[in-house]
Design a protein around this ligand. Structure first.
Ligand SMILES: Nc1ncnc2c1ncn2[C@@H]1O[C@H](COP(=O)(O)OP(=O)(O)O)[C@@H](O)[C@H]1O
Ligand SMILES: [Mg+2]
Length: 289
């Protein structure tokens, strides 16, 4: 794993892979690396949490292993499971030729273990383990995560302990649809991600959408900032700014005026109520100046 000695080196390495971090975020990532602590990133959707983990892995030259959380996720989906169909085949192949105890023992070996993201991350270290949208999982799963993260090891009753040779760099993200427990946060360094400021967002668009003009990217960032302060159901994130840029380019529009905004609004606003509201207030007002 590449060694990054200062927050500035982290920022530069991220920049090198197309992720533009501000000082606060680069420092948080640096400290997570240096202190060997998980980094807990919270913020609105589209503020760059998931892509930070991917960018860090790129920058460090290691694999990123992603555990996408969802309602009802449990240990068999996160850690490991037994490969039942293969075990069955194996048993058939033995066809009563071995002693039942021996047969059973042969079923619970590494060969028949399906490693899910958490176990893969322990085995693949050094790597970046992205535990994405942890706010979607339930309390029980959080407690389970806490256990794995504090040990950097798991015990599989049939096999014994599997310990990471080198603990993975863990990045947890939350869109804050609910509050994650203090116990889990206490293990982590915490960073709140804001939408980027005007200059940074402009730079992100220019980086992610090659060939876009200064003028068009400036028009987009200005309009998106206005949309973010318009009390919408779903304020646009960076992803939407980038999509808007791609949509305008795809239609060969070189200018964000009321006409081009009207036909591309679906790239930025994802609720009918939001679109209605913005149109009622006037697209000219959104784009003025
Ligand atoms: N600081 C940044 N530098 C470069 N690209 C960014 C940055 N922040 C966000 N993006 C881009 O915005 C999009 C949304 O980011 P994402 O990480 O999915 O947000 P989140 O996980 O917070 O919802 C991605 O396409 C990502 O590449
Ligand atoms: Mg995300």
């Amino acid at each position: 794993m590449r060694h990054l000695a200062t927050p500035q080196e982290v920022a530069d390495a991220l920049d090198g892979v197309g992720y533009l971090a501000d000082d606060g975020l680069a420092t948080a990532a640096f400290l997570a690396l240096r202190m060997g602590k998980p980094l807990f990133c919270e913020g609105e959707p589209g503020t760059g949490k998931t892509s930070l983990a991917i960018g860090l892995a790129d920058a460090l030259g290691v694999e990123v292993i992603r555990l996408q959380c969802h309602e009802g996720i449990d240990a068999t989906q996160a850690l490991y499971d037994w490969d039942f169909p293969r075990q069955l085949l194996h048993l058939r192949a033995l066809d009563g030729k071995v002693d039942p105890d021996e047969a059973e023992k042969s079923l619970y070996t590494r060969r028949f273990l399906l490693a899910r993201p958490l176990l893969r991350a322990l085995e693949a270290a050094p790597c970046v383990l992205l535990i994405d949208e942890v706010d979607r999982a339930d309390d029980e799963f959080e407690a389970f995560l806490l256990e794995v993260l504090s040990e950097n090891a798991v015990t599989i009753p049939e096999l014994g302990e599997i310990r990471a040779a080198e603990p993975p760099l863990v990045v947890l993200t939350s869109n804050r649809t609910r509050e994650v427990h203090d116990a889990l946060k206490r293990r982590c360094l915490y960073h709140w991600l804001e939408h980027p400021d005007l200059t940074r967002e402009l730079a992100i668009i220019r980086r992610r959408v090659p060939g876009i003009s200064d003028r068009l990217s400036a028009q987009i960032t200005t309009a998106v900032r206005r949309l973010r302060s318009a009390e919408l159901l779903k304020p646009p994130g960076v992803a939407e700014s980038i999509d808007w840029a791609h949509a305008l380019l795809a239609l060969d529009r070189t200018d964000l005026d009321a006409a081009s905004a009207a036909v591309t609004l679906g790239a930025v606003l994802k609720y009918r109520e939001d679109a209605d509201r913005v149109i009622a207030a006037g697209l000219d007002a959104l784009l003025a100046g």
